[in-house]
Write a protein that binds this ligand. Structure first.
Ligand SMILES: [Fe+2]
Length: 350
């Protein structure tokens, strides 16, 4: 069993990653956490900021009530701030938010206002056991490739994804907002998460059509499970309209989706691929679910990552969210192959 205590080697990691995020003597920082945060992450952040000489404060919120019909995990949409005006104003005034909330603020409703104030950038320390963060520590060298991948998405009009299992998906990404992170950022408004290393796009309305066949070994990161059976999805005009499969994975998927009683839960959120050279698929069998937020698997180099749920750029809002990395896919942008059979190609290769 993994213990959660301060280790010198993890403190070293936190110092290095914070320095990579531009934190040094006098940088104004807030550590945001909630009562259900993993204490060791808050403690490591505290000590690392102290060592770096940052000018920092620590804000802890009570973890909010549950309102959803099913457990909500691993969505990147923290409700921890709960609209609290004093907290929002405090966060608008710092240069870096070290985000130790359980879900992270990436899609939090308060983030756009904090971002618009033009000062803060966000570093989400994902709710992983520190050993996972140690293994996936971001390094400066990955940034150029992630930037290149994002630019390729911005320049493309169409993404097509195929797989030997039967996937054939066409996505209009012309003009779609694109993003991603190498795991660090240094400019106001930057959104980084650790582990990082992915490139993605948020397709607009009526732009995703085709079939997605998730195969044995692909992953459902809301459930933190590796599929042991196939799930066959039909996607029509952005919405999953059929979920076929007799295995437990399809049964769980259907049940969870239907529990929302919300059509938008069936809509497409983001599509893209992972870029982290040290994110490893096989790690999933090495940890207990409580040890991970499973962000490592969003960054698996050469995986196709698709998701269902909220997509603000297509005007769809919902709390339900699945992140679904798939192996062995081929991804093309306007006919140019960027991932072949699950392997990054050309300049993106790791
Ligand atoms: Fe997601």
């Amino acid at each position: 069993m993994l213990q959660e205590r301060i280790e010198g080697k993890w403190l070293d990691c936190f110092r290095r990653v914070f320095a990579l995020n531009g934190i040094s003597r006098g940088t104004k920082v807030a550590i945001l956490s909630e009562t259900q945060s993993r204490p060791v992450l808050v403690q490591l952040s505290d000590l690392a900021l102290h060592d770096l000489g940052a000018d920092y404060c620590m804000i802890q919120m009570p973890t909010p009530r549950q309102t959803a019909p099913v457990p909500v995990k691993s969505t990147g949409t923290s409700w921890a701030i709960q609209g609290n005006r004093a907290v929002i104003e405090a966060l608008k005034g710092v240069e870096v938010i070290v985000d130790c909330t359980v879900e992270g603020l990436i899609h939090a409703p308060e983030w756009p206002e904090i971002e618009d104030a033009g000062i803060a950038r966000l570093l989400v320390v994902c709710n992983e056991h520190p050993e996972i963060l140690e293994r996936t520590e971001p390094t400066a060298d990955i940034a150029a490739k992630v930037e290149l991948g994002i630019q390729m998405l911005r320049d493309a009009r169409e993404m097509r994804v195929t797989s030997p299992a039967g996937t054939d998906l066409v996505i209009d990404i012309d003009g779609a907002p694109c993003g991603g992170t190498p795991g660090f950022g240094t400019r106001p408004g930057a959104v980084a998460h650790w582990p990082g290393g992915l490139c993605l796009a948020f397709p607009g309305k009526n732009s995703v059509n085709g079939r997605i066949v998730m195969d044995v070994g692909d992953m459902n990161l809301t459930f933190k499970t590796v599929l042991t059976s196939r799930i066959d999805f039909t996607v029509e005009n952005d919405f999953v309209t059929a979920i076929k499969g007799d295995g437990i994975d399809a049964l769980h998927f259907r049940e969870y989706m239907e529990a929302w009683e919300d059509r938008n839960a069936f809509g497409m959120s983001h599509v893209g691929w992972g870029m982290h050279p040290r994110a490893k698929w096989v790690s999933a069998v090495m940890y207990d679910k409580r040890d991970m937020q499973a962000v490592e698997f969003r960054a698996l180099a050469g995986s196709f990552l698709w998701s269902t749920g909220a997509n603000q750029y297509a005007g769809r809002y919902t709390l339900g969210h699945f992140d679904l990395p798939m192996r062995n896919c081929t991804i093309t942008l306007d006919g140019r192959t960027v991932v072949k059979d699950g392997v990054l190609q050309g300049e993106l290769a790791v």
